[in-house]
Design a binder for this molecule. Structure first.
Ligand code: UD1
Length: 419
């Protein structure tokens, strides 16, 4: 099994280019079932994307992944379509459940494995199914599979989500794409990745209008079968490297291939802690800061502070004077990095949903274990600022979502190596 070995306390300098967003690419790949031909640019070459491509191939689409350009070309002209998403492909990547909306829209039926729980929580799909039923789909669960049918096609619906879910909003958008009549979705997730999916669907002819947390979709007679789309940058990867730079940049570190406008809220929160950032059109320069301010923060759906940056922020807060607090309000079990960070010297206490971080503490290298994607990268950050050597086990979690992590960090003079 592969491990990462990091020799900490090395200053970072140079430039890091941010990859395309994994969480935007996954629903867009699921939406490509609705097109006859799609070219998608700026896709990150990470394990979850490869799994989604395997799923599209299994369904019967033809895919051509041009790795050196981060581009995928997808054709869906086959008559032999398999409206099945098998367990082996959905169990490792929950986003597989997003093909449900597209398959129901295009083929009026789908059999998709239930994704099951994962390390960070139970992660049910009840809200996805709640929405699809409102569109008129008949759904039953049998042998671990969601079996959905809409013999006469999906019908427009008024849906208010009882709570906000990224995946359920995406599945509802995919179902609403060709639903008869008008659809209004309320209490939606409006993450930038969802807005990117909407852009893709609009290029395919959808009439979609977003106002606050309401999204209306009216039936479109327009038929566009071919679409070209460039995926937005990964704001979580950007946030991760912004935190690394704040702690370790030699002077200034440039992070490019981004649009600062899209992550203004995250930038403002990080500025409150004292991070110094100079914004340019497609890049930012992050300055190393010694004097940072403690903070109390709760993770929330966009435009709140993202749960996907919670573990990385916690590492930063171990270096801040005083007691900071992070309340995790999205997932029930997303503090698994805490015992590992404690083993490196961090002082973190957990009370119910809140982690109380006392700083500043000197972190020292240790052998640690990655438990999920974002927890893994928080251990990388901790290893980068710790004294001596940190060994991170089970790094396959990292490979699910961070493109070329070691290369990007090595280019900035970090000492990091995979064995
Ligand atoms: C997406 C992101 C993930 C991010 C999360 C929250 C992708 C591929 N993944 O995951 O990185 O951490 O948003 O920003 O984009 N829930 C239900 N019932 C449902 C669906 C969700 O109770 O049917 C709950 C979940 O258990 C969780 C909360 O709602 O507590 C939010 O989950 P959701 O927004 O759906 O996350 P994902 O789409 O799975």
């Amino acid at each position: 099994m592969q491990k990462l070995i990091i020799k900490g306390k090395k200053e970072l300098s140079g430039k890091i280019s941010i990859s395309g967003s994994k969480n935007a690419t996954l629903p867009i790949l699921a939406a490509s079932i609705l097109a006859e031909h799609a070219i998608i640019k700026n896709i990150p070459l990470v394990k979850d994307i490869f799994t989604m491509v395997d799923l599209l191939n299994f369904i019967g689409l033809k895919t051509k992944l041009i790795k050196k350009n981060n581009v995928i070309e997808i054709y869906n002209k086959s008559k032999n379509i398999n409206t099945l998403a098998p367990y082996k492909l959905v169990k490792t990547m929950r986003a597989g459940v997003l093909v449900l909306g597209s398959l129901l829209t295009k083929y009026k039926k789908a059999k998709v494995s239930l994704p099951g729980g994962c390390a960070i929580g139970t992660r049910p799909v009840d809200l996805h199914l709640f929405a699809l039923k409102k569109f008129g789909a008949k759904i039953k669960i049998k042998d671990g599979y969601i079996i959905a049918k809409a013999r006469s096609g999906l019908k427009g619906a008024n849906i208010r989500f009882p709570s906000i879910s990224v995946g359920a909003t995406e599945n509802a958008l995919l179902a609403a794409f060709k639903a008869k009549g008008k659809t209004v979705l309320k209490n939606c997730a409006i993450e930038p990745e969802i807005i990117d999916l909407i852009k893709f669907l609009k290029k395919l002819g959808a009439n979609i209008h977003v106002k606050g947390r309401s999204i209306s979709i009216s039936e479109s007679k327009k038929k566009t079968s071919s679409v070209l789309h460039k995926v937005i940058f990964d704001r979580i990867e950007l946030g991760t490297y912004m935190i690394a730079s704040t702690l370790l940049a030699k002077k200034n570190l440039v992070i490019d291939k981004i649009d600062p406008k899209i992550i203004q809220r995250e930038i403002n929160i990080l500025k409150k802690i004292g991070i110094k950032i100079i914004q340019k059109k497609n890049s930012i320069i992050v300055k190393k800061r010694e004097k940072l301010k403690k903070i109390s923060i709760t993770t929330k759906p966009y435009p709140g502070f993202p749960t996907d940056l919670q573990a990385q922020l916690m590492v930063l807060l171990t270096q801040v004077k005083g007691k900071s607090k992070i309340k995790e309000d999205i997932f029930e079990n997303r503090f698994m990095h805490v015992p590992e960070l404690r083993r490196m010297g961090a002082q973190i206490e957990i009370k119910n949903k809140t982690a109380i971080i006392t700083g500043p503490t000197k972190l020292t290298g240790a052998e640690v274990m990655a438990t999920d994607l974002r927890a893994s990268v928080s251990l990388v950050l901790a290893g980068l600022i710790a004294e001596n050597r940190t060994i991170i086990n089970r790094i396959y979690h990292l490979d699910r979502g961070y493109e070329s992590l070691e290369r990007k960090l090595k280019n900035c003079k970090a000492e990091i190596q995979r064995i």
